[in-house]
Design a binder for this molecule. Sequence first.
Ligand code: NDP
Length: 331
Amino acid sequence: NRQWRLAARPTGEPTHDTFELVEAGVPDPEHGEVLVRTIYQSVDPYMRGRMRDAESYAEPWEPGEPMRAGVVGEVVESRADRFDEGDVVTGDLLWAEYATATATELRRVDPSLAPVSTAVGVLGMPGVTAFHGFMDKGKPQAGDTVVVSAAAGAVGSVVGQLASAMGCDVIGIAGAEEKCDWLTDDLGFDAAVNYEEEDVGRAVAEAAPGGVDVYFDNVGGPVTDAVWPSLNDFARVVACGQISLYNATELPTGPRKLTDAVQKRLKIEGFIVRDYDRWGHALRRLGGLVRDGDLQYREHVIEGFENAPDAFLGLFEGINIGKTLVKVGEE
Ligand code: NDP
């Protein structure tokens, strides 16, 4: 049973030295627990925050300790009433080939609904983040103009499609031409801006001549600065993530220029998906859309448990279109 542990807290960008591969031995489940064999392991931007020795909404990881991750796996031994051997489950487990979990930490995955990998993607944490972040915080109305950053990623791609389905005009911002093409050609975005190639402020202003009503922000930094002047009066800014700042060694000071927030009566609202302890409603809605072909998704699958650090590091380089996953074992 191989396990990835945090070797050392990174300063700035994590590297391979941040991670340590160890042989941990397969644990025995205790009463009320099951042993899960990992099939897919998720890597997510929030993990960068847990590598930091700082108060956050998630506990920091300690060097030398295993790191946690969203996992889809198979129950190979059960000492819990609710699960049998062979069940496919998902939960917050370990960066490991095998891990134990109590039954209450796990959710059963229905393989007939969609590929099981989606349980950590469009039909899991990122999907629920998109659903509640956009619907509850963005408060979209038909006819609104919506801008989404990191639009070709796990969360952003779902937000844009929900917006489109509600009759909003949707502009996605992403860092590659292939990503922009996916947004406009396949996902129904009305426009896409490549922030690596284009003047984002000008491109957004051109794509949204009537201004922006909802900005779903996954990245922060210069991209967000550039969107800001296009915000309309009473626009809603959903502060979902700030990936452009996660590796920063010196953070910009702020917020200190809130004149726009005053003059435009902006509503800027942060949220954490864990604020929502019941995911059933969102998962049913998302599951229905996927089943009916109304919600497309892509997965960037990295083969092999030994490559999990590369999958994680790739998030900061934008190697992924859609959800980034590590394929650890056979389905
Ligand atoms: P993604 O699948 O979107 O992957 C991250 C993407 O971020 C990359 O593909 C890359 O795309 C983009 N990116 C990386 N660095 C930068 C940069 N410096 N500037 C602009 N874009 C960058 O990840 P997720 O969908 O899982 O997460 C998206 C955001 O949502 C993250 O900020 C994450 O922390 C946040 N989040 C928040 C949650 C909450 O509860 N609030 C829950 C889940 C996620 P590109 O090529 O376009 O640059």
